[in-house]
Design a protein around this ligand. Structure first.
Ligand code: UDP
Length: 194
């Protein structure tokens, strides 16, 4: 896997097919797969925010989400040409889950949004087990949120708290979370709820 640095942020040269191919390996080997969507805003944040930077450094797949990163790569004489949209990665994870009867947990967005996204995913991807969901505005402690997620025993955790909250949250709590695939998905639950 080729990695290049844009400013100080590592970004992987990845195609969607690389992510799809790797997914079964992580399940077979019980290793955590961390899918981090990288856009120019996150690259700039990571210059100042150690937590965001550390999250990106430890993520297994840092994909260029949008033309902005492709352009930044070109300006810094890099060679990332492929844009991989976060919403497409999420769709691909959901297809894998549907085919392999894997379960998911949705964390983030407004209560009505995440509940509707969960229902729509259940309809659009038969075979996916929706193990649970939780909105991103409740007043539970981090410990309670982690407990709730772990009790659901999901294979995949999607986190939609916006940036940098979602990156900071995963960086802090991933060691305590039991799942195989983790993805920061920004506004994707809003898309799925529509
Ligand atoms: N969000 C959340 N809790 C917060 C802030 C944001 O759950 O404290 C959710 C918001 O409802 C939306 C998602 O995070 O579903 C992404 O937010 P936004 O589009 O503002 O972030 P971006 O994707 O631009 O980073």
């Amino acid at each position: 896997k080729k990695v290049e640095y844009i400013l100080d942020t590592p970004v992987d040269q990845l195609k969607m097919s690389d992510i799809e191919r790797d997914m079964s390996w992580y399940f077979d080997h019980h290793q955590k797969m961390v899918l981090a969507s990288i856009n120019p805003q996150i690259i700039l944040m990571s210059e100042k925010n150690r937590c965001v930077k550390s999250f990106i450094e430890h993520a297994t797949h840092r994909f260029a989400d949008g033309i902005g990163v492709v352009k930044m790569s070109k300006w810094t004489k890099g060679s990332i040409k492929e844009r991989v949209a976060g919403i497409d990665v999420m769709a691909s994870v959901l297809e894998f889950c549907a085919a392999n009867k894997k379960s998911i947990f949705l964390y983030g967005a407004k209560p009505a949004v995440v509940a509707q996204a969960a229902r729509n995913i259940q309809i659009d991807y038969p075979g996916v087990v929706v193990a649970g969901w939780l909105d991103g505005y409740q007043k539970k402690s981090s410990g309670e949120v982690i407990d709730m997620i772990n009790k659901a025993h999901s294979d995949v955790l999607f986190v939609a708290l916006g940036s940098p909250k979602q990156e900071e949250w995963l960086q802090r709590y991933m060691p305590q979370l039991n799942a195989t695939v983790f993805q920061t998905v920004g506004g994707s639950f809003d898309v799925y709820s529509g």
